[in-house]
Design a protein around this ligand. Structure first.
Ligand SMILES: NC(=O)c1ccc[n+]([C@@H]2O[C@H](COP(=O)([O-])OP(=O)(O)OC[C@H]3O[C@@H](n4cnc5c(N)ncnc54)[C@H](OP(=O)(O)O)[C@@H]3O)[C@@H](O)[C@H]2O)c1
Length: 312
């Protein structure tokens, strides 16, 4: 048990829960910093009694960020959004908010700052999400040059928004929309992302480096949808949707809260999402878990007959 304190911004989210659990198991004290502490109570049992605390913080409010970082040995930023809503814009969250945490962490002399970005982060991208992620990386490295940037491909696990979304669609409508079916993806297990972050905290040679994380296998988007169809036994009809029609539909979806798909997400979907030639899991001594080994376990409840078909 190191007893050192790690502040995890966004620790109540999908990746956050896995990271908090991993750090607690490794003996760190964890402070989860989120806007809505009441919605984050599920993180408390991820550690021993009192090991995981919750702190109210909003990346758009400097004093709350300072309070969350106060006394921390390490800071991890896992805050991100998939679409813009009200004051939660890509620029405010991925760029200015991330920069603020880096500046506050530098002023507080924290030992290490780790930031979750995404494969495809690019200042020249047509996607606002990808541009804001890249702008965040640039500003972070200016404020805290030794920061470690982690860029995952699509992250999967029991609560993911990727496989569950398509399995849910298939179960409800018995159809599976295929947009940009040839786009390549390298899904990475959430437990492996958490292990990578745990490894980065413990190693000095990770300072100032960027790691791209993907699973052991590259799939096309269509192949991933076929996997969903196969493991759920839903036999949904795969319908190819031309990209211009998808943009038209996304325009209308984008008008609703919690949109199923946005124009910006389609722009991302037009590009491959795979690990480049830089640093990755092998540099951290981690062997990533195959997608096929995990996904069937948590999609089984989408089966028409439920998860117990064939059980005695
Ligand atoms: N999931 C993926 O497949 C994937 C792939 C590549 C990269 N990433 C990146 O990985 C990071 C984590 O993703 P995730 O899927 O775990 O996200 P998530 O489940 O949506 O969690 C987001 C977290 O951020 C907090 N948050 C949101 N706005 C905030 C704000 N203004 N101030 C403070 N906290 C705020 C949320 O809690 P409150 O709402 O209570 O504040 C929540 O704890 C993101 O940066 C994302 O872009 C994810």
């Amino acid at each position: 048990m190191s007893g050192e304190l790690v502040t995890v911004f966004g620790g109540s989210g999908f990746i956050g829960k896995a990271v908090v659990q991993h750090l607690a198991k490794a003996g760190y004290r964890v402070r989860v910093a989120v806007r809505h502490p009441n919605n984050a109570l599920h993180v408390k049992p991820l550690g021993d009694l009192g090991q995981v605390q919750i702190s109210q913080a909003n990346l758009r409010n400097r004093s709350s960020v300072e309070a969350a970082v106060f006394g921390a040995d390490y800071v991890i930023n896992l805050v991100g959004i998939l679409y813009e809503s009200g004051a939660q814009t890509f620029d405010k969250v991925h760029h200015k908010g991330a920069e603020l945490i880096a500046k506050v962490s530098a002023d507080a002399s924290v030992k290490k700052f780790i930031h979750l970005s995404a494969i495809g982060a690019d200042l020249e991208s047509t996607s606002k999400y990808a541009r804001s992620k890249a702008a965040g990386e640039v500003s972070i490295l200016k404020a805290y040059p030794k920061a470690t940037i982690v860029r995952p491909s699509i992250v999967f696990g029991p609560d993911d928004l990727f496989f569950n979304k398509f399995a849910g669609l298939a179960k409800l409508f018995r159809v599976m929309p295929v947009i940009c079916g040839k786009t390549k993806m390298q899904p990475v297990y959430v437990g492996d992302v958490a292990a990578a972050i745990g490894s980065i905290i413990g190693r000095l040679d990770t300072q100032g480096k960027t790691y791209e994380l993907g699973g052991p296998k590259v799939f096309t988007f269509r192949a991933l949808l076929e996997m969903v169809n196969s493991v759920t036994e839903l036999n949904a009809t795969m319908i190819s949707i031309p990209i211009h029609l998808a943009y038209f539909q996304a325009f209308f979806f984008g008008m609703f809260p919690n949109p199923m798909v946005t124009i910006d997400q389609l722009k991302l979907l037009e590009h491959d999402n795979v690990v480049g030639s830089g640093k990755t899991f092998s540099d951290l001594g981690i062997t990533p878990t195959p997608t096929e080994a995990i996904v069937p376990n948590y999609l089984m409840h989408y089966k028409p007959s439920g998860q117990f078909k064939g059980a005695n």
